[in-house]
Ligand binder design. Structure first.
Ligand code: ATP
Ligand code: MG
Length: 597
């Protein structure tokens, strides 16, 4: 392609709307344009990258025997009502765009396709003989994200490959899941990305298997904890670890102490000269269930530890039926305004004990009258501990479970963190890295097939729900993540496999006919052997062209400059910035060789 004939518009300055390098670079280099919040136009260079990523995904999926299809983006509300997700997705969570058609029927734009695919399976799969079956598609998804940001990283309209597999039993699901793990690893490697597969939270559905493929980059929204031995890696939401040992409590006698001005763990430990590992801290959360009920949760956890809100959310979802609810609508630490709404009297904040009385909760409809008390194992294991006295300015010391406080239900709610010892080998400490979630593989089980009545007849003639798996890759997110992982001060450095073009020929001076002639000749020859080549034949100065070539990140640049009189051109490698002079006659063979390695 000739740049003079391309829609080629680069920006010298960083666009104000972009925060992270990859977003700035894609805008500056003319790959994308913002049309609305989280909605982007993929310009011709970007579309080439996206097609390359899609093709790699397609090849690896096809190699596993999965079948490509294309499902509707416009989906009827009824299907989502069958699975029970319509209200949560369109209202409480609000992630799904919905609309009403001219016949007053409600429709939604697909944020994901479990419902549609399960409906297809219900209609078409009859017998175990048709199983296993795996269908996938590469398509635009719509999600009304709360905070669309970072360009293609978190869009409201984006491209995803999503696949769904159907099985007669869990063993077969596990086999396909394993194949997907391999396929996803191949996709990441072929795209030239440094990645890590990590254990992921599978939400309240539980299920044994869920992993995310994280592209390692500072700007990643996710934190990954891993060990150097390569045997453990997990999203911090899911990670487990051994907490550091607790110190021996300096208090042996139970007593109430005056501890003025110690409403934080730090101040308290300073004042009492004790370790935070000897303190039981009591943290208040407020949850609203889908039936409108507000429940207050009091968590007792060791002073040096924090609550993992994803674990808490899963536990509260699990307990939802106890409160005649199905899902959570909101979960947060109640601020002063929130407390005002339900507290019968001012709370002893900073001095609360595990037995904070239920009469702090006002009598109100839609407000559960008792605290749900949960005890993390780190706190359960303490003896002679320090905790609040339910009175501002006072704590108790030397307290023990069973004697001074009734232990509540023990639930692991602790957030693992960098520096903790690993469970599989305590000599390994957890390290932290940032990652961009590019893919997610998930053993779904029978959640959707059961809800929607998608069954098959087994070998023994029984009618059974289909066992399902689902597997997603964010194609557009992955493409931008590749930039986040590979750029320098001058621009993008595309991995060869997904670069929009392999080579750019920059003619330093288009009024020099000798230069133009060599450039045209190489342009033709390179394309003849299938090397994707751009020709910068614009009338601009050489410096401008070199800057643009660096900015758009084409792996190799050829410059037919002064050296052509010696039968040579300059070859610049974008990633290493090395420049060499090579004979014009060797250009095609040299590039052919470098591009296949
Ligand atoms: P996240 O936690 O980042 O919101 P998710 O858990 O909602 O992701 P999935 O529903 O598993 O994501 O979707 C599969 C893949 O689609 C993700 O791994 C990610 O690569 C991509 N993806 C999800 N949401 C977006 C988005 N808003 N913009 C771009 N890509 C996305
Ligand atoms: Mg999401």
């Amino acid at each position: 392609m000739r740049l003079s004939q391309m829609l080629f518009v680069t920006l010298r300055e960083d666009p104000a709307e972009a925060e992270i390098p990859s977003h700035k670079l894609l805008l500056r280099a003319g790959y994308i344009r913002r049309i609305a919040s989280g909605v982007y136009a993929y310009l011709p260079l970007m579309w080439r990258v996206l097609k390359k990523v899609s093709q790699i995904v397609r090849e690896e999926m096809d190699a596993t025997g999965a079948l490509e299809c294309l499902l509707p983006q416009m989906q009827p509300a009824e299907l989502w009502q069958e699975s029970g997700r319509w209200d949560t997705y369109t209202k409480t969570e609000g992630i799904m765009f919905s609309l009403t058609d001219r016949q007053q029927r409600e429709m939604g734009l697909g944020p994901t396709h479990e419902e549609v695919i399960t409906a297809v399976a219900r209609d078409t799969i009859r017998s175990y003989r048709q199983l296993p079956l795996h269908l996938y598609q590469i398509q635009t998804k719509f999600r009304d994200e709360i905070r669309p940001r970072f360009g293609l990283m978190r869009g409201r309209e984006f491209i995803m490959k999503d696949g769904y597999s159907f099985h007669a039993d869990v063993d077969s699901l596990k086999q396909t899941y394993q194949d997907m793990y391999q396929a996803y690893s191949n996709i990441m490697s072929r795209c030239g990305l440094a990645f890590r597969a990590v254990d992921a939270d599978s939400g309240a559905i539980g299920g044994s298997g869920s992993q995310e493929f994280m592209i390692l980059a500072e700007a990643g929204e996710d934190e990954v904890l891993y060990t150097e031995d390569g045997k453990y890696a997990a999203n911090v939401e899911k990670a487990v670890s051994l907490p550091p040992d607790a110190a021996v409590s300096p208090f042996t006698k139970y007593e109430k102490r005056s501890t003025p001005g110690t409403d934080t763990i730090d101040k308290l430990c300073q004042f009492l000269q004790c370790s935070p590992t000897t303190v039981v801290k009591n943290v208040l959360y407020q949850v609203v269930y889908n039936n409108g009920l507000t429940l207050l949760v009091l968590i007792s956890i060791r002073g040096d530890q924090d609550v993992n809100e994803v674990k808490l959310q899963n536990e509260l979802t699990r307990l939802a039926p106890n409160y005649e609810a199905k899902t959570l609508v909101a979960l947060k630490v109640p601020d002063a305004d929130e407390q005002q709404k339900w507290a019968a009297k001012p709370l002893p904040l900073g001095y609360m004990a595990p037995n904070l009385a239920d009469d702090y909760i006002a009598e109100q409809k839609q407000l559960h009258g008792q605290f749900l008390r949960l005890l993390d194992p780190t706190a359960k294991d303490l003896t002679n501990f320090v905790t609040g006295a339910n009175e501002a300015g006072y704590h108790v010391v030397g307290a023990n479970w069973g004697k001074d406080f009734l232990p509540a239900a023990v639930v692991d709610l602790r957030k693992a963190k960098a520096g903790d010892a690993a469970i599989h080998d305590p000599s390994q400490t957890l390290q932290s890295a940032r990652g961009i979630e590019a893919g997610h593989i998930f053993q779904l089980g029978t959640k959707y097939s059961q809800a929607m009545g998608a069954t098959y007849t087994s070998e023994t003639g029984e009618e059974k729900p289909l066992v399902m798996g689902c597997y997603g890759i964010g194609v557009s997110r992955l493409a931008q993540a590749a930039v986040e992982q590979s750029y320098d001060q001058d621009g993008i450095i595309w991995p060869v496999a997904i670069a929009p073009y392999h080579v750019i020929i920059c003619i330093p001076n288009i009024t020099d006919t000798a230069q133009v002639e060599i450039a045209e000749q190489l342009y033709t020859e390179l394309r003849q052997v299938g090397i994707e080549t751009l020709l910068d034949d614009r009338a601009d100065r050489a410096g401008v062209k070199f800057k643009d070539a660096d900015l758009i990140g084409i792996p190799y640049r050829i410059v037919p400059g002064r050296a052509i009189k010696n039968g040579k051109v300059e070859l610049v490698t974008r990633s290493t910035r090395t420049s060499e002079e090579i004979p014009i006659t060797d250009v095609v063979s040299t590039l052919k060789q470098r591009l296949t390695v």
